[in-house]
Design a protein around this ligand. Structure first.
Ligand SMILES: [Fe+2]
Length: 240
């Protein structure tokens, strides 16, 4: 029982580039539990036109999987979404047509890898005004961050929270992403670490990522990033 809370995963089947089948999603949850996660939040993509999911679509797909998830082998689950931050999805977030994290105090967002959206600091400020804290998925994967991590500062000033993808620490996304992750970790920029697991095979990388995280920043900090950090994001108690 390690008490970890995973804020980012794609185990809901058939709705994005995550689990292909319900059986795969079920197996992913069992594996994430073995890796130490007692709670796993599903965050399927909301990214039209690539993944044209509405909140209702995601709720239906999530609910369809719940009957298979009973028993001690499974973590507790919840539903949210990974919102692609563009001119379609951002207004949905403002209009209450998105899926913030349980408790409604934070919302997971992603950008395209090559460039940050226009006026992003202002948009994050708009979310903060609504007491909705933006949680940025895998900041280490963005090319502007590879060049200069200072591009994140206006976002952090706007209340953003940075979410490490554990598999980045074991090279899953290449050398530049791994180096960026190690640098952000060393600078204490992350508030939580997650699996971003899309398929069953990914969970082995996540488990290795947890070991590497402990080596790089010590057990106490690792346990914060996997437990108290994500819990504080959901509770709305993480300091600015
Ligand atoms: Fe994701």
């Amino acid at each position: 029982m390690r008490g970890f809370l995973d804020l980012h995963s794609h185990w809901v089947a058939g709705i994005d580039d995550g689990a292909h089948t319900p059986d795969e999603g079920v197996a992913m949850l069992r594996a994430l539990k073995l890796a130490g996660f007692d709670t796993v939040v599903a965050t399927p993509h909301m990214r039209p036109p690539m993944f044209p999911n509405t909140s209702d679509d995601l709720v239906r797909a999530y609910d369809a999987m719940l009957p298979a998830l009973t028993g001690p082998d499974f973590p507790a689950t919840a539903l949210s979404s990974e919102h692609f931050f563009d001119d379609i999805v951002f207004p949905r977030i403002l209009a209450g047509q998105a899926l913030p994290y349980p408790g409604g105090k934070a919302v997971l967002v992603e950008f395209s890898y090559d460039a940050f959206p226009a006026r992003i600091a202002d948009r994050f400020f708009d979310l903060a005004q609504r007491r909705l804290r933006p949680v940025l998925a895998h900041p280490e994967r963005y090319r502007p961050v590879w060049d200069d991590a200072a591009v994140l500062e206006p976002l952090l000033d706007g209340g953003a929270v940075l979410l490490l993808d554990l598999a980045a620490l074991v090279g899953k996304y290449g050398r530049a992403t791994q180096k960026a992750a190690e640098r952000l970790l060393e600078q204490g920029m992350y508030d939580a670490a997650c699996s971003d697991a899309h398929h069953l095979d990914d969970v082995a990388d996540v488990a290795r990522g947890i070991e590497r995280l402990e080596k790089l920043c010590g057990r106490e900090e690792a346990e914060f990033l996997l437990g108290d950090g994500p819990r504080a994001i959901l509770d709305g108690t993480l300091p600015q």
